[in-house]
Design a protein around this ligand. Structure first.
Ligand SMILES: Nc1ncnc2c1ncn2[C@@H]1O[C@H](COP(=O)(O)OP(=O)(O)OP(=O)(O)O)[C@@H](O)[C@H]1O
Ligand SMILES: [Mg+2]
Length: 386
């Protein structure tokens, strides 16, 4: 346990700085507290400290650009950033979490809240799976060829671009994975290797087994090189893989096969979100019905499963309302049909945005990623509203 992390308080208001200092001193955090009115000075100090330092930053009267810029710099040196503000509207909390705050505190700060958060942050190293904000988003359909890989690849890349945080794209289609083909990568390592050798390694070593996609924050983990290797991966190992991934990445996007077997069920059970994909035709919708019944029988929480429609066309004979009525679920998102852009992207091993950034599908995937990250953050905000 880190008993004595340095704590830097960045706050324009002198009284507020002193109150926070008083709370910290009363509670045994006395050793290394420093107060800053000037945020740049605070940041310069942070650079000289180890990466367990905690920063408490007030954003009440700061401009968005300054907040964003300061936060980005702070996060180069520590992830333990607590943002506080007298404005604790949902918008402000979402803004704070989106730019990378680990915690949000409404002002005036209540001593017990501050101490609870500090004790959580100072104990992070001890708890293996502490990064509760990390989310596993699995793209699934119980039907093959529906667009799972297309969606997983483009959503993961856009999530990395929109959020700038580390996103893993993990190919758990253990026998027929093609994520690396979709992105024209030849990874040196794969899921099988990582499961067997890397789960107990430090973040920097662990990350080396992923293929970083160009200059983005997307890291790709390929499916096993040999089919027989996939057969020896157990559900327990999948749980352990996810646990290790959650320590390092903010979003873990999973592509998988259409099969329902023990490993698939484990992947689905472990996922925070299942993006269940269907297309507009009767056999696909019938399959979707069966699968959603299975999910209900597993008692997944209501907002875990998001149904989306791929290859959507305005003039489809079957309307979205018909699908919603049949499935008893709202359609969360629609990805338009665009055969040529998507085929070209697959054939060239690129994302659709790289093929044609102005295309309807490229715009759609970018907006989809923004919605997913906003909705995930909003679910987190509920925590602060209880
Ligand atoms: N929105 C779209 N518009 C047009 N074509 C699409 C769209 N999405 C996917 N496709 C095409 O559908 C085919 C299947 O896509 P993909 O490989 O992503 O499906 P999958 O569900 O991952 O398949 P599998 O079950 O084999 O893993 C591909 O040829 C792809 O180009
Ligand atoms: Mg696929």
């Amino acid at each position: 346990m880190q008993n004595n992390p340095s704590i830097l308080v960045l706050d324009k208001n002198k009284n507020s700085r002193e109150v926070i200092k008083g709370y910290l001193e009363d509670s045994g955090f006395a050793a290394n507290i420093e107060l800053f009115e000037d945020y740049s000075a605070g940041y310069e100090k942070l650079k000289t400290l180890d990466n367990n330092s905690i920063v408490i930053m007030d954003i009440t009267s700061e401009h968005d650009d300054i907040i964003k810029d300061t936060t980005e710099k702070i996060r180069l040196y520590t992830s333990k950033l607590i943002i506080c503000s007298s404005d604790y509207s949902t918008n402000t909390i979402v803004k704070a979490l989106r730019i990378g705050a680990k915690e949000f505190l409404p002002k005036p700060i209540i001593k017990e809240d501050l101490l609870r958060i500090l004790s959580r942050l100072t104990n992070i190293e001890e708890k293996d799976d502490e990064n509760s904000q990390a989310k596993i988003i699995t793209i699934y359909s119980n039907k093959g060829g529906i667009g799972k890989t297309t969606i997983a690849v483009n959503l993961a890349l856009e999530l990395a671009k929109v959020t700038k945080v580390k996103v893993a794209l993990v190919d758990l289609n253990l026998q027929l994975g093609d994520v690396s083909t979709f992105l024209n990568l030849t990874p040196a390592f794969d899921v099988n290797y990582v499961i067997r050798n890397m789960l107990d390694k430090d973040e920097s070593v662990f990350l080396k087994t992923f293929e970083k996609y160009k200059d983005t924050s997307l890291y790709v983990l390929a499916d096993p090189s040999y089919i027989e290797q996939s057969e020896s991966i157990s559900p327990q190992q999948i749980t352990e893989l996810f646990k290790a991934l959650k320590k390092v990445f903010s979003y873990i996007v999973v592509d998988m096969s259409a099969n329902i077997d023990a490993n698939s069920l484990k992947i689905l059970d472990c996922s925070d979100w299942i993006i269940f994909t269907t297309i507009v035709n009767i056999p696909a919708i019938r399959n979707a019905q069966r699968c959603l019944t299975l999910f209900r029988s597993r008692r997944y929480p209501k907002n875990k499963v998001k149904v989306i429609v791929n290859r959507f066309m305005d003039n489809d004979e079957i309307k979205i309302e018909d699908i919603e009525n049949t499935l008893g679920e709202n359609i969360y998102w629609k990805v338009p049909n665009n055969y040529f852009t998507i085929m070209e992207a697959v054939n060239k091993g690129m994302s659709v945005a790289e093929i044609n950034a102005a295309s309807n599908v490229a715009n759609n995937f970018r907006d989809f990623a923004s919605k997913v990250s906003d909705d995930i953050i909003e679910q987190e905000v509920i925590k602060y509203r209880i």
